[in-house]
Design a protein around this ligand. Structure first.
Ligand SMILES: Cc1cc2nc3c(=O)[nH]c(=O)nc-3n(C[C@H](O)[C@H](O)[C@H](O)COP(=O)(O)OP(=O)(O)OC[C@H]3O[C@@H](n4cnc5c(N)ncnc54)[C@H](O)[C@@H]3O)c2cc1C
Length: 458
């Protein structure tokens, strides 16, 4: 196939299947989906040519930036898959503090070190190789999101290839419908973003980490305290409680523990320590196996994330936004935090702080706490058991669930609400106007007619 600078594959080409799954993080891959062709774009002009090619050949278009969608949204039938992996460079404008980057830039591995050299910070995702493309489009739960907002709130403009194959700029004053949609539509954005323009902030001077490790049997007592203290803690602190099994010591069986962590990004050591101090008030702190507060770095935090999410493993992920009385929430969440069948599975409780009004953008559903489970394992023989356990644990959480975050969702398994009704309706109008022929794939879901509803409320 000519007309592209990048590589183009059809199923009869050697390397087609590798190209179809290139850089896909989750090794539990779909077996019933494959694109009709793959274009590994070299530059923006290839993306334009790819969309026009798809239009001429009656194909839909699917997109891959960093390849970290748990549900592998980029691999869909009857599509041209446009792989944006080569659109991964960044430029920084000192006069405005805006960094412009390709969608495949790895937020932690590439963008953060690039900004660190310039004394700047963008609150990107926690796991270093995640691409900024999918991450930002669905909202972006980045470092210190609790206080510093969703990463998509720092998008000031995007460059987009539309369904007609035109490359346009979208921001608050031009193509503002696309700008609105790009901050939350996730994998149903009616276009391909070839560049994000992001507001940065001055870099923090110190990162302090508070870690307390409890017996998993203390889950309910620790969480009862956490629900009291969390709203009082500075917005400069990220608070995550994690159920996990540390590595075995001396060949002993691995034991699940409950870890309370706080990360403070501050200008001074004193401010960081002061911000973390309320975490020392847990009434059963004397029972903690470990309690430390120490100076760390984002590089060290990234290493931890990589250890928790090994490459080439199989994953199931699911998540819920929860709200209600603390007692009811803790009871409903006990199974998901305490009973996982896989030693390398971990479940997080992510404090979202006091609810504030979000800017006008597609992303519009959040709650005071976010719960996500990541079942990491290697043996495909455990697929069915793991799927069943996760589904059951999520059913137990249903009474306190208000919806889900797209980033850790898989709507081919179960569908939940992820956007306010008015925002979802507006997004459907934008999609209908911008992409009437359905050039770009929509949400990959079990039942497209019941999207954005909690399945038990239908
Ligand atoms: C190990 C791991 C850690 C994670 N940590 C976090 C975290 O800390 N915070 C968080 O919020 N999320 C996190 N996630 C979820 C992650 O943000 C989402 O899976 C996100 O979709 C990944 O983006 P990507 O570009 O790497 O994925 P891809 O699979 O490449 O993209 C996902 C989908 O997004 C759409 N898309 C992507 N790029 C474009 C584009 N340029 N134009 C149009 N559509 C596009 C497409 O529909 C595409 O199929 C994590 C995921 C993993 C696997």
């Amino acid at each position: 196939m000519s007309g592209f600078t990048g590589k183009f594959y059809v199923p009869s080409d050697e390397g087609f299947v590798e190209a179809a799954f290139s850089r896909v993080f989750n090794h539990r891959r779909p077996t019933d989906r494959l694109p009709s062709a793959v274009l590994v774009a070299e530059n923006e002009q290839d993306v334009v040519a790819g969309v026009r090619f798809a239009k001429e050949n009656g194909l839909a278009v699917a997109v891959r930036s960093g390849g970290h969608s748990w549900a592998v949204w980029s691999v869909q039938n009857n599509t041209l898959l446009i792989d944006l992996g080569n659109l991964n460079s960044a430029e920084y404008d000192e006069a405005t503090g805006i960094v412009s980057g390709g969608p495949a830039i790895e937020g932690g591995n590439v963008l953060d070190p690039f900004l660190a050299e310039r004394g700047r910070f963008f609150n990107g995702g926690h796991c270093p190789p995640v691409g900024i493309g999918g991450f930002l489009l669905q909202g972006g739960q980045g470092w210190c999101q609790r206080g510093w907002g969703w990463a998509a709130e720092s998008v000031v403009a995007i460059d987009v290839v539309t369904a007609d194959g035109e490359l346009v700029r979208a921001d608050a004053t031009q193509n503002s419908d696309l700008y609105w949609a790009a901050r939350g539509a996730g994998p149903s954005f009616p276009g391909i973003v070839t560049k994000f323009h992001l507001k940065t902030r001055p870099r923090f001077n110190h990162l302090f980490h508070s870690v307390q490790v409890y017996d998993i049997a203390d889950f309910q007592e620790v969480m009862t305290w956490m629900y009291e203290v969390e709203p009082t803690i500075s917005p400069d602190v990220e608070i995550v409680c994690v159920s996990l099994c540390p590595p075995s010591v001396n060949g002993e069986p691995r034991q699940r523990v409950y870890v309370v962590t706080g990360v403070a990004l501050s200008d001074s050591v004193e401010a960081a320590k002061e911000a973390l101090a309320p975490l020392q008030t847990c009434p059963i702190i004397d029972r903690a196996f470990e309690n430390k507060v120490y100076e760390s770095s984002l590089a060290e935090q990234r290493e931890d994330q990589l250890r928790m999410n090994p490459e080439n493993w199989r994953y199931y992920a699911d998540n819920v936004w929860v709200d209600g009385e603390a007692e009811d929430i803790i009871e409903a969440l006990t199974p998901v935090f305490t009973t996982s069948p896989e030693p390398d599975a971990f479940t997080i409780w992510f404090g979202n702080g006091l609810m504030r009004e979000l800017p006008d953008m597609a992303f519009s559903l959040q709650a005071p706490a976010y719960i996500a489970t990541y079942l990491a394992y290697e043996d495909s023989a455990n697929d069915a058991r793991n799927r069943a356990w996760l589904n059951e644990a999520m059913v137990a959480a249903q009474s306190v669930t208000v919806g889900q975050y797209l980033g850790d969702s898989d709507m081919t398994n179960r569908q939940l609400k992820f956007m306010a009704d008015a925002n979802f309706a507006k997004l459907q109008d934008i999609i209908a106007a911008r992409d009437p022929e359905g050039r770009f794939v929509r949400y990959l879901a079990k039942d497209p007619s019941t999207i954005n509803k909690n399945h038990w409320q239908l």
